[in-house]
Design a protein around this ligand. Sequence first.
Ligand code: ATP
Ligand code: FE2
Length: 323
Amino acid sequence: MRYCLGIESTAHTFGAAVVTVDGEILSNEKEMFATLSGGMIPNEVADHHRKVKDRVIERALQQAGIDISVVDLVSYSHGPGLPPSLLVGMECAKELHDKYGLTVIGANHALAHLTIGSLVCKVVDPVYVYVSGVNTQVIALAGNRYRIFGETLDVGLGNALDKFGRAIGLGFPAGPEIENLAQEGSYVELPYVVKGMDVSFAGLVTKAQQLFSKGVSKEDLCYSMQEVCFAMLAEVTERAVAHTEKKDVLLIGGVAANKRLCTILDVMCTARKARFHAAPLKYAGDQAAMIAWQGVLNYLGGKRLETFEFYPHERIDEIDVVW
Ligand code: ATP
Ligand code: FE2
């Protein structure tokens, strides 16, 4: 076995990528569904994916310099995600199976974020801080399962930033603009909510919106949102590091783009004598190289596809780690 073609379709991104069995990423193509409003209507997203899928796969093969006939394995993201989008990825894999007799395997999208991070950053067994739009989880391997040590009790950090950004008139996604505005701001108090090992952002977003309508500046609110949200996340991560005694922390997901978050986690890690790593941006957010790589790991670990299915709510801690 040499080449795995990965297909990503869980949310707004349709991606296709070719990765070798040794973890060399030969291509990583994608197209993203976008609207001015920033809203995602599941059926519209699925229509977008159907429209672009053939050309994205074609580009991924071309970029890798291989023909579909030499692909050994097709890996599709089987969840979690929006059912209409998941269906497109699965249908794609099934089509390739029916047409070319290719072997197919499914991969969990969240897990794939972790394993591609480890691959490209060359980090073995870290505490993962996974912060995307929808997800905010602190995860580490314990035995043969990934265990979620802490997570958001309501919205993901990216969505919290986006929601607040929309309320103060920023474009979507708001994360990068918030980061810029924050550089000119100073601190106003916002609710810091850590419950046990979990965090909550919803109340903080509401409070920030209220303060905005009372005239507090965008800059001060952006600065304070970042400081409070990131400190909450660092507290939980620090406790996970202390508990697991792991020596590395790896930041993944779209919010990994944020420099201030990286600095805060880096400072915490240094104090704990752990090393901090952030996945490079092109591998931090949604893309298909991670699905291809997770497919390779699953297959080499002995997993096989039994039926073509998808799992909109599959959690990372339900999966046996066989690699
Ligand atoms: P998933 O399905 O894994 O949850 P997603 O589409 O929700 O993926 P990503 O693509 O991983 O999320 O990340 C998008 C999020 O990252 C958006 O909410 C965006 O605001 C946020 N983001 C991007 N750049 C920055 C930044 N510089 N600072 C803070 N947040 C950022
Ligand atoms: Fe994702």
